[in-house]
Design a protein. Structure first.
Length: 147
């Protein structure tokens, strides 16, 4: 088992965390984002970013790796005055969040389908989302302007 690794890079001004892409890492990821932001930003901004990061990482854990293939999730948090950037990197299957079309909300309600709103939530909360596949790695960046 790989243990989580948290670092602070003062030169480039970011915090980072590396965890195994496993369900039990999701709580560590949530704690990391909350502890990294709670003293500098209001609770609503912290909660919204916690929800977004959890959704993206949960999808990586569920869908990105084959059954017997293990991988890690690297998270970097960069803060510049009123902008928070959260970068999520994994080596799983390619998944471009920008190309994903969430299911129609009315259809979900009509057919009593639970869930399936996570990426729509991320798209609604974040001010900008970037994606790049580079050297066999997914790099998703969520950007939130804070008040």
């Amino acid at each position: 088992m790989t243990l989580e690794k948290m670092t602070t890079d003062k030169k480039n001004d970011f915090l980072s965390l590396t965890v195994p892409a496993e369900n039990k890492s999701l709580q560590i990821i949530r704690n990391f984002i909350v502890q990294s932001l709670e003293h500098s930003f209001n609770k609503n901004n912290v909660y919204e970013l916690e929800v977004c990061l959890n959704e993206i990482c949960e999808n990586i854990v569920k869908y990105s790796y084959e059954e017997n293939k293990n991988g890690n999730i690297l998270i970097k948090i960069k803060i510049k005055s009123d902008i928070i950037r959260v970068i999520i990197i994994d080596t799983g299957k390619p998944f471009n969040i920008l190309e994903y079309q969430p299911p129609d909300k009315d259809m979900l309600v009509k057919n009593e389908i639970k869930g399936k709103l996570g990426i729509r939530t991320v798209q609604t909360i974040c001010d900008k989302i970037l994606y790049k596949r580079l050297k066999e790695k997914n790099r998703t960046e969520i950007i939130k302007k804070v008040k």
